[in-house]
Design a protein around this ligand. Structure first.
Ligand code: SAM
Length: 212
């Protein structure tokens, strides 16, 4: 599925978020990456979060299991290391990274707890993790969000070649744990000082934590 949407992925991101995704990725990178860090950007897709981490001074390794997404990422930042691999079986030794980021990725992983455990395994003690993910807003924005996500986004996707997969997006968000639940899962996976902030009225959440 991700190989099919690779050609339209960046355009869809900008359209769906009115360009706000660029700022969210920048804040995500700044929240955990320090200059000189070895950084894993897991589920890197077309590489925008990896690029943001590199701008903060990280030495970035991007990992994704979709080769067409990786091709695009490699073109954006040839100096990074790009690895075709699975978050559920990361091809790295323990203590390989000082920081890890995942942008709009963990929602798609078949075994969320397993993925979080892998991220913990490859981080050094006190290594920093940031997880940026779509969430379901509560309150007054909820009805607008449902119309946008459940009706408009899938239709926009169908207009673009390869974009039919966007019909899958609303269901994947509905299935995904809310921010408080994800906080609990991160703690259970071995992260301390877990906290989160939301963007755009609660449509997107950024969780951060420290490998305990
Ligand atoms: C919605 S895209 C996010 C891309 C990018 N991180 C961003 O910020 O836009 C999700 C990506 O996760 C990748 N992915 C999903 N499950 C994966 C897994 N188990 N291992 C590696 N990559 C995975 C997909 O191939 C896809 O490129």
């Amino acid at each position: 599925m991700f190989d099919r949407i690779a050609p339209v992925y960046d355009v869809m991101n900008r359209v769906m978020t009115a360009g706000l995704d660029v700022r969210w990725r920048r804040i995500t990178a700044q929240s955990v990456v320090r200059p000189g860090d070895r950084v894993l950007d897991a589920c890197c897709g077309t590489g925008d979060l990896a690029v943001a981490a590199s701008k903060v001074g990280g030495r970035v390794t991007g990992l994704d299991f979709a080769p067409r997404m990786l091709e695009r990422a490699r073109r954006k930042l040839p100096s990074a290391t790009w690895v075709e691999g699975d978050l559920l079986a990361l091809p790295f030794a323990p203590d390989s990274f000082e920081a890890a980021t995942v942008g709009f990725g963990v929602r798609n992983v078949a075994d969320l707890e397993g993925g979080l455990a892998e991220l913990r395994r490859v981080l050094v003690p006190n290594g920093r993790l940031a997880v940026l993910e779509i969430t379901q807003p509560r309150g007054f924005l909820a009805p607008f969000y449902r119309v946008w996500f459940d009706r408009i986004v899938p239709r926009l996707g169908r207009l673009l070649k390869g974009g039919a997969a966007y019909t899958y997006l609303p269901a994947s968000v509905r299935r995904f744990p809310g921010p408080d639940q994800l906080t609990g899962l991160l703690r259970s996976a071995g992260f301390a000082d877990v906290s989160y902030r939301t963007f755009a009225g609660g449509i997107v959440a950024l969780h951060t934590g420290r490998a305990a």
